[in-house]
Write a protein that binds this ligand. Structure first.
Ligand code: V47
Length: 365
């Protein structure tokens, strides 16, 4: 059976087959990925109203791709107070945000209580607001610096109101590439173990992959396969998010950047290979909004959210510093031929923006 037939019959891709997908014509790949996406969600494209908060940029680690960390080129070191964090979360909530996405650097000057206290304060004040916080890299950092286990940090997160985990810190699992781009950060095995432990507690998380730097196609496939294996075990990943590498203001010098074709192929292949992860997210902050909208035809069913403010990718050149309004966001999705569906953090549908009329309908279709 050839690969196209196998994909059409819902067969699972082997490592070799997954790699071969990259050699296929972009539109053949797109049609296969779109077929899977359409069977799952029709023309619905999901997004949420969220606010990214990056409470400190002081970092003990040195990742070559990072332009956000204050330990390198960024002269503006900051650490927010709990009051500042709460005030950002409160004003976002008042404007309709359903989720705060809180990701920080690995700040050695504040203890674990600074992190946990911020979550507790938000949860006590705004119990309805979903807190998606702490990447596995941050959890590993906190466990190491406090000399406690992953389980301890995870239990504290739950006690202090964290609802789900973002997918950051995964970068590329291949150990050689990882060592070169972010030596000293959580290991691949550690990243997967932390997510396994989180899932074992009945909680959901996401998984990212940073691509378009020095990694090769085979490393991306390897990354996807390690995630697929864990997902077979736990079922705890909601979304896979390929993050396109942003090149400015950092130390990872790259000669060739991925073309739009390569980026779209990567979305399509992830939809085909990750047959057990429900959502493929085209995170517009790194892909650009134009390509994210196109990615809807190449397997992606989720465009993340309005973001409102973002500091990590925008420090490296992405045009995401001030997010997007929900009106603009939903209009772009609608005008690209898809049905904008506002979701909550766990993918329950909150509001469907009707295709044919300008009015919205509320509830599930
Ligand atoms: O892990 C850092 C990435 C991630 C660069 O779970 C860069 O819903 C591109 O995890 N170019 C943090 N990327 C962001 C993150 C995330 C984003 C959106 C949604 C979700 C989710 C999670 O940002 C880091 C790292 O891989 N990053 N520098 C850069 N130069």
């Amino acid at each position: 059976m050839d690969i196209v037939e196998k994909v059409l019959e819902g067969g699972r891709m082997s490592r070799e087959e997954a790699l071969e997908l990259y050699d296929m014509d972009l539109f053949v790949l797109g049609e296969m990925a779109d077929g899977i996406r359409r069977r799952m969600y029709g023309k619905k494209s999901f997004f949420n109203i969220n606010r990214h908060i990056n409470p400190t940029n002081i970092c003990k680690d040195i990742c070559k791709f990072c332009a956000y960390s204050a330990s390198r080129k960024n002269p503006n070191r900051y650490t927010m107070s709990h009051e500042e964090i709460l005030s950002i979360a409160s004003s976002a909530y008042e404007r309709g945000a359903k989720e705060v996405h809180i990701v920080s650097a690995h700040n050695p000057n504040v203890g674990i209580e600074w992190y946990m206290g911020a979550f507790r304060k938000i949860k006590e004040t705004l119990p309805q607001l979903h807190i998606k916080a702490l990447t596995a890299a941050e959890i590993n950092f906190l466990a190491e610096s406090e000399n406690i286990g992953y389980d301890d940090v995870i239990d504290m997160m739950i006690e202090n109101g964290v609802d789900s985990m973002p997918g950051g810190g995964a970068e590329i699992f291949d150990e050689e590439v990882r060592d070169f781009i972010c030596k000293g950060k959580v290991s691949s095995q550690g990243w997967l173990e932390i997510h396994r432990k989180w899932h074992e507690r009945g909680r959901m998380s996401n998984a990212t992959m940073l691509f378009g730097h020095i990694e090769r196609r085979e490393h991306r496939i390897d990354h996807m396969l390690r995630l697929r294996e864990l997902q077979d075990e736990t079922g705890g990943f909601n979304a896979f998010i390929p993050l396109v590498y942003q090149r400015e203001n950092n130390f990872l010098k790259v000669e060739e950047f991925p073309t739009a074709q390569e980026i779209l192929k990567t979305y399509a292949i992830s939809r085909i290979v990750l047959d057990n992860i429900p959502h493929i997210k085209a995170y517009w902050a790194t892909s650009t909004i134009g390509l994210a909208l196109l990615a809807q035809e190449f397997g992606a069913d989720d465009l993340d959210g309005t973001i409102e403010k973002e500091s990590i990718q925008s420090a490296a050149g992405a045009r995401s510093a001030s997010g997007m309004s929900v009106e603009e966001f939903s209009k772009l999705i609608k005008n690209s031929g898809f049905i904008p569906v506002e979701r909550d953090s766990l993918y329950n549908e909150l509001r469907v923006y009707d295709q044919s009329q300008s009015e919205d309908s509320i509830g599930n279709f």
